[in-house]
Design a protein around this ligand. Structure first.
Ligand code: INI
Length: 155
């Protein structure tokens, strides 16, 4: 059996974009830091990482789609934190963000990685932003590197 395995080593000169929500910025800034550090540790040049912030997770898909459609980036990392409140707002924001990201990724053929936390509480989000449950921004960076490499091998 021949197995294709995505590498976690970035290609020379590969560019990555990060689109991140400002909402819950204490948490999202930690995700950005985790993603940025992880990309650099796996071979991406700091100058080859572009960060763009948007108001909240609801605005992530349109900007991620535009970045993906440029063809300049090997992958786009979508980072945000949607935390459930007292109203159904959470469900709309989280659901539209997830489905918009998937649509943009499939429409453009550029991997857009879903690094958006969707949690019940602030504590759950903090746990996933560099404390006891790791850093989901770094996880998103790893997913981007592996997906880019896997796609490269089946071209
Ligand atoms: N945006 C988030 O990124 N996280 C949230 O938890 C959140 N909540 O709870 O409301 C949130 N709302 C803002 C939304 O993403 C849009 O920016 C806003 O609705 C304007 O379109």
């Amino acid at each position: 059996m021949k197995e294709i395995v995505g590498s976690l080593v970035a290609g020379e000169g590969d560019k990555y974009a990060i689109v991140a929500g400002r909402f819950n910025s204490l948490i999202v800034d930690a995700l950005i830091e985790g993603a940025n550090e992880c990309l650099i540790r796996h071979g991406v040049d700091d100058d080859d990482i572009t960060l763009i912030k948007v108001p909240g997770a609801f605005e992530i898909p349109i900007v991620a789609q535009r970045l993906a459609a440029t063809g300049d980036y090997r992958a786009v990392l979508a980072l945000g934190a949607v935390i459930r409140g007292a109203t159904p707002h959470f469900d709309f924001v989280a659901g539209e963000c997830a489905s918009g990201i998937m649509k943009a990724s499939l429409d453009t053929g550029c991997p857009i990685i879903f690094g958006v936390l969707t949690t019940e509480t602030i504590e759950q989000a903090l746990e996933r932003a560099g404390t006891k449950a790791g850093n989901k921004g770094a996880d998103a960076a790893m997913a981007a590197l592996e997906t880019v490499s896997a796609l490269e091998q089946i071209r």
